[in-house]
Design a protein around this ligand. Structure first.
Ligand code: SF4
Ligand code: SF4
Length: 374
């Protein structure tokens, strides 16, 4: 795709809470306008890429929204399944057994979503395919095998903040979200450090929150086992003394570029048979991997769809930033319309690398036409 081309992004506003039937109809209208049926053929094994939400989270995209997407896929004669990959960190989605149980507890059963749940990188996350990309950080990327083998993909993403990526939308959902466990590890190659040891009070709160058992308190100070650390950043987030840091400049730029290269690898396989839907609802400061859901940083905006993940994320990012920030949320600054809300809550991040580097890689364009559907 040329950088000067313009991609269509379809948008349905949702300033009011709709009932279930109205929501389903809106999702289905968006699916029709984006012409996702045009690339679906009878019998296509069609992955609906979702995030089932960590246990305790309540702002993941619910199964009854996904059922609306499944219905449209079924109308084409294609054969849908609902999927995600296992996590790198300890939690309730680390292997396929726990992951499917979490999905069921969050309502994703055949009876509710009308399609089977398949964990795309297998029982323990080792079932992946190496996809060549020959880019700056990676020569190949390790994608969950069943997501590679799918004939077509509809990517359903919750658009919200993220501590390291700035925000998470379509690009993050296919970059981190379609990577196998090893692929996630390659992207998270960042480690926290304690630049001023006197700030650490040895309270151990970081250790309690570490999902990888990588922290010991030795001689009253934070010590990280770099082999075990998965680079999630939770210790930084929860330290009450703000004693821990990444190398914000280099680590987070590299992290975001690596994630975008993974997204490119996935997009490259399916580029002619892939559609993206972003739900800009409950725009929480953190992603649905958290076992809680915090107060949103802006009001609900709506649902957007496109064939172009770069244009789609850029449109969502712009719509969020046009809103006033929610002063009841964890935001610290950038409350005015026009200011970057994600920097208001994660001031060191570089979220825009996702769409700028994505455009450079040829995955889409930041130039879009926003088409509002009534
Ligand atoms: S939470 Fe912060 S202050 Fe407490 S032990 Fe960990 S690094 Fe030190
Ligand atoms: S970044 Fe911190 S919380 Fe996350 S795995 Fe590493 S040490 Fe543990």
């Amino acid at each position: 795709m040329s950088n000067t081309s313009i991609s269509k992004v379809f948008f349905i506003g949702l300033q009011t809470k709709e009932n279930e039937d109205q929501m389903r109809l809106k999702i289905q209208r968006l699916f029709d306008h984006a012409e996702f049926a045009s690339f679906l053929e009878k019998g296509d094994l069609t992955a609906v890429k979702v995030h089932f939400g960590e246990r305790g989270n309540s702002t993941f995209i619910p199964p009854w929204f996904i059922r609306a997407i499944v219905k449209k896929i079924r109308e084409t004669g294609a054969n849908p399944f609902i999927t995600d990959t296992n996590t790198l960190y300890r939690g309730k989605r680390r292997n396929a057994v726990d992951h499917i149980q979490t999905a069921i507890l969050h309502g994703f059963t055949f009876a509710t979503a009308d399609a089977p749940v398949i964990i795309a990188d297998g029982l323990t996350g080792k079932n992946y395919v190496d996809i060549p990309i020959n880019q700056k950080h990676f020569k190949t990327v390790k994608i969950g095998a069943d997501l590679v083998h799918a004939d077509a993909v509809i990517v359903s993403s919750h658009f919200k903040g993220h501590m390291m990526a700035g925000f998470g939308g379509a690009i993050k959902n296919i970059g981190m979200g379609c990577a196998s466990v090893q692929g996630k590890k390659e992207q998270h190659n960042v480690r926290p450090h304690l630049p001023e040891p006197e700030k650490c009070q040895g309270c151990g709160i970081c250790k309690t929150h570490c999902p990888a058992d990588a922290i010991e308190i030795i001689d009253g100070k934070y010590t990280v086992n770099e082999e075990l650390c998965v680079g999630c950043g939770d210790c930084i987030r929860y330290c009450p003394e703000k004693a821990l840091e990444f190398n914000w400049e280099s680590d987070l730029s590299d992290f975001t570029e690596k994630m975008t290269e993974y997204a490119y690898g996935f997009w490259k396989i399916h580029q002619n048979k892939i559609g993206f839907i972003n739900f800009v609802l409950n725009v929480t400061p953190e992603c649905d991997c958290y076992n809680l859901s915090e107060i949103p940083i802006v009001q609900d905006i709506g649902i957007l769809a496109s064939n172009d993940p770069v244009a789609l994320d850029k449109a969502c990012y712009d719509l969020v930033n046009q809103q006033p920030g929610n002063r009841a949320s964890r935001m610290e600054n950038n409350f005015n319309p026009g200011e970057d809300k994600f920097l208001g809550v994660h001031k060191e991040t570089k979220g825009n690398i996702q769409f700028l580097y994505g455009e450079q890689l040829g995955m889409g364009t930041t130039h879009y036409e926003l088409i509002e559907i009534k």
